[in-house]
Design a protein around this ligand. Structure first.
Ligand SMILES: [Zn+2]
Length: 475
């Protein structure tokens, strides 16, 4: 039987600095969704990568006094290292400086040219290099870029315009079913209803980027270039996986993905992506985390000190849709209170008792996980990784209460120990997209596989050995 395909992407990151923990947040959310869909036996393609063609990479390289290529290579290596150390299960990692990517950008722009959706004009406006984007006076906050809190510069240039306005009605119909959560759909709908201006999609006098087809003294605006990575990153697999099932992005780039991206695809006659997940930001001490303001936590530092599952878990506890606070002390608290005290202790106690007394399958188990599977499925279909995690940990709490109530260390009841071991199996399989390394370890101890089939089947009775400590307490 042919498996159902599932294509998921993260945003591609600017490489003007090392990654901050907000990048790690987006990657782990996407990874959970990718792994969850693999667990459903889907044929998943998961793409992540970096935007190397942005003008702000050039500026950062100049500031550092390093040639652009060398600078970009160095920072891209950090993003690759982050994905590897966080156990991100991406299938490919795109760098937009790759020549194959540029060719796809040119192919799509050519289609839009052929459609008659591009015309030449003159553009003058307020430009934020941080965003690589023009702003209208109205969009500024106290005359400053709302993302970067910097004053944009006045620019005037010859330009090629894309007829964004032509797609207004189609976008108004698309956005409500495309954008999650609803609040983020409404934010862009309000603006689209006010009317869309055509946008300048070319740049003159920039060093890097993709040459504009038929007008090679211009470059393609880096945002169009960047968005097209979602198609170009599939390379020869485009036919199989496009359109994307889910794009995962941060709220700061909602407009580009909710409005500009679908309009480009409509114009170029490509099928539209199905869902856009817009996640909130992680704040440190109530302030937005940002490379440009220096208010950051380096996730690679965290991964030096703590194991991947601890870092993943501490991030995944944050709400997906809203902004929330994050800090290293929260990481430690979540590790100690939840991973060590709840999950680690349960596995350690039950495996020790099962080694001593053995397990025996009862007629029926009091610890039924099927309602948990149902609600976890519902939450993950809606991308609420935090709520799914809450459900699984509520089941772990219930299992911990059961062991206290039944006191198998006194009764030596093999059937109670079976119920507990079976509940650990169920919780672990559900946790496997969140905590891949830990789940592998637990599965080995209790002899099951991390599959939906094993989730639905009772645990096979086998000899169980005491587990080593899964999570050492952090002092
Ligand atoms: Zn900006």
């Amino acid at each position: 039987m042919v498996k159902e395909k599932y294509y998921i992407t993260t945003a591609i990151d600017y490489v003007n600095a090392k990654p901050h923990v907000g990048h790690a947040f987006e990657k782990v959310i996407s990874d959970v969704i990718a792994r969850w869909n693999r667990l459903q036996d889907k044929d998943v393609f998961f793409l992540t990568g970096v935007d190397e063609n942005a003008q702000k990479n050039v500026q950062a390289a100049e500031k550092a006094g390093i040639p652009v290529k060398e600078f970009v290579d160095k920072n891209t290596a950090f993003f690759l290292e982050l994905s590897k150390k966080l156990n991100i299960s991406h299938n490919d990692f795109i760098r937009t400086s790759a020549s194959e990517h540029g060719k796809v950008v040119q192919k799509i722009i050519q289609k839009i040219l052929d459609k008659g959706d591009i015309y030449k004009g003159e553009y003058s406006g307020l430009y934020c290099t941080g965003c690589e984007s023009y702003y209208t006076e109205k969009e500024l906050v106290d005359g400053k870029c709302p993302e970067h809190n910097t004053v944009p510069e006045q620019r005037k240039e010859e330009a090629y315009f894309f007829k964004l306005s032509k797609y207004q009605d189609q976008l108004l119909k698309l956005i409500p079913k495309y954008v999650t959560p609803k609040s983020k759909a409404n934010e862009v709908l309000v603006r689209v209803k006010e009317g869309l201006n055509d946008i300048n999609i070319s740049r003159k006098d920039v060093e890097i980027g993709v040459p504009f087809p038929s007008h090679e003294d211009f470059k393609v605006w880096v945002w169009i270039d960047a968005l097209i990575n979602y198609v170009s990153g599939l390379k020869s697999k485009e036919k199989k996986y496009w359109p994307a099932d889910t794009h995962v992005i941060g709220k700061g780039i909602n407009w580009f993905h909710s409005v500009i991206w679908p309009a480009i695809l409509l114009s170029a006659d490509y099928p539209l992506p199905k869902k856009l997940l817009v996640h909130g930001y992680l704040n440190i001490s109530g302030k937005k985390m940002s490379k440009s303001t220096g208010n950051t936590i380096d996730p690679l530092d965290l991964l030096e000190k703590y194991n991947a599952d601890t870092v993943r878990y501490s991030l995944l506890r944050n709400t997906v849709f809203e902004d929330s606070d994050y800090s290293e002390s929260l990481l430690q608290q979540r590790h100690n209170d939840e991973l060590a005290n709840k999950l680690g202790n349960l596995v350690s106690r039950v495996s020790a008792l099962a080694e001593k007394y053995g397990i025996e399958k009862p007629v029926s188990s009091k610890l039924n996980s099927s309602p948990v599977l149902k609600s976890v499925t519902k939450h993950l279909e809606n991308y609420e990784t935090d709520r799914a995690l809450n459900e699984i940990f509520a089941f772990i709490d219930k299992t911990n209460e059961y062991i206290q109530k039944k006191k198998p260390w006194e009764t030596k009841s093999q059937t109670v120990l079976y119920e507990l071991a079976n509940a650990i199996k169920d919780a672990t399989i559900l946790l496997s997209p969140f905590l891949p390394e830990t789940s592998e370890k637990i599965a080995k101890i209790f002899n099951f596989s991390l599959t939906l089939k094993d989730l639905k089947a009772p645990l096979k009775v086998s000899k169980i050995k005491k587990s080593p400590i899964l999570f050492e307490k952090i002092k």
